[in-house]
Design a protein around this ligand. Structure first.
Ligand code: SF4
Length: 427
């Protein structure tokens, strides 16, 4: 198969100097990931071991379900737990026993660490081992940290998936594993494209339930759908799997490049690749052209938040006619972000980590047409007359692959349209 990667710009950003700052930062904690993970993994329960603040965050972010039993909850650490007056392990065991007795549908239980559980050094890995022994084979108990002591909210999904990798069964089969939680409808579109290309068997991590669980081994090749899975990437490599580096599947170009990297690995002919992708590529290009009209010649500034910033900057600059002023990401991982940095035309300041006050100064000075940032920064910046887009919305909305490419452009166009309408109304 010939190389179907999009042509790189004369000079990309892979070797651009990176501004690295560590200071105050403005992000949600990793518990946020439970909101989409509990919908994705349908036989799992996420038990946060945390405070009332953690429970409140989850409750308000996920909404209250009145029609079904929720698949997440909080084992509240009371003051006496924090003061070390109670045996927190015994209390946790009791809570888990009650939960599993009441909910026989639970096959995977994630104990999720929080700031308070980490501060009192509650050893959840020991608890998970002990509880696995007690409840195996019916229930598998794993643990990971979702605490705000980590840097950003998408690390919650990364930590969750990374916790699953060591317990995946071993296989010697040559298989493709696609890694990253996608909405079911988007995952089905992707699986259908891969099937039409004749690529298989394809496994997904996370699987929708433990029975269709994926295995891993030295003949597994894996592709990531989310750019925030650095820890999971390392865990899979430790199991012998090989990463297929590619731009992330956002927009027409990103999706084509992502599919092309996999197609090349599996020896798919150019003819078949073009036949399968031609129609959806055309639809994606048309949808982007229509939705991105307000974005043409506009500037964008990314605060580091979701870790989607680099591939999205690539999409906005190459497919939507924007220019990037600064592209900030909590972490930059060459193996994951390198292919997107290659395609991102040189020019923007690439920054890693955050000192929020210094970054706000740079943003105010640049006065970008659109600022992509966390919820905490958006309202103050709007009050200063800047248009903003909440980074978290990009994780909650289906935005991957061809059929969502137009919606992705629309998400960025909406604040600019709104500003125009308000401007016209004020005249
Ligand atoms: S884990 Fe930490 S940051 Fe997140 S809600 Fe709980 S206390 Fe707050």
């Amino acid at each position: 198969m010939t190389d179907l990667m999009p042509p790189p710009p004369a000079l990309g950003c892979r070797s651009s100097p990176v501004l690295k700052q560590r200071g105050q930062r403005e992000v949600f904690c990793g518990l946020t990931g439970i909101i989409w993970l509990h919908r994705k993994i349908q036989d799992a329960f996420f038990l946060v071991v945390g405070s009332r603040t953690c429970a409140h965050l989850l409750q308000s972010a996920a909404g209250v379900m009145i029609f079904a039993e929720p698949r997440f909850g909080t084992a509240i650490l009371e003051e006496s737990d924090l003061a070390g007056l109670n045996d927190a392990h015994a209390e946790l065991d009791r809570t888990v026993q009650q939960l599993l007795a009441r909910r026989p549908d639970i096959r995977q239980l994630f104990l999720v660490g929080s700031c308070p559980s980490e501060v009192i050094k509650l050893d959840l890995s020991r608890a998970a081992e002990r509880l696995t022994q007690e409840f195996a084979p019916k229930v598998r108990v794993l643990e990971y940290s979702g605490s705000g002591i980590e840097t950003t909210f998408t690390q919650g999904e990364d930590a969750c998936l990374a916790s699953m990798v060591p317990v995946l069964p071993t296989t010697d089969a040559r298989e493709l594993m696609v890694v990253g939680a996608l909405p079911d409808v988007v995952e089905d579109q992707m699986l259908s494209l891969l099937a039409d290309l004749g690529i298989g068997p394809v496994r997904v991590l996370p699987a929708r339930n433990i029975d269709s669980e994926t295995a891993v081994g030295p003949n597994t090749v894996f592709a990531l759908t989310q750019p925030f899975l650095g820890e999971t990437h390392a865990a899979l490599e430790r199991r012998g799997a090989r990463h297929l580096a590619a731009p992330f599947p956002f927009g027409e170009e990103g999706t084509t490049a992502w599919l092309a990297a996999i197609a090349k690995e599996f020896g798919v002919s150019d003819e078949r690749f073009n036949k399968v992708t031609e129609a959806p590529r055309r639809r994606a290009r048309q949808a982007i052209a229509q939705a991105s009209e307000p974005l043409h010649s506009k500037s964008v500034f990314f605060f580091p938040d979701s870790q989607l910033e680099i591939p999205l900057a690539r999409f906005l600059t190459r497919e939507c006619g924007m220019s990037a002023v600064e592209v900030g990401s909590p972490y930059i991982h060459d193996a994951l972000h390198g292919p997107d940095l290659d395609l991102l035309p040189a020019g923007p300041q690439i920054s890693e980590g955050q000192d929020v006050d210094l970054q706000l100064d740079r943003c105010r000075e640049a006065r970008p047409d659109l600022t992509v940032c966390g919820l905490g920064l958006a309202n103050p910046l709007e009050a200063e007359g800047l248009s903003t887009k909440w980074a978290i919305e990009l994780v909650f909305t289906p935005v991957h692959f061809y059929e969502q490419a137009g919606d992705l452009a629309s998400l960025f166009a909406r604040p600019l349209r709104r500003k125009n309408i308000l401007g016209m109304a004020a005249e």
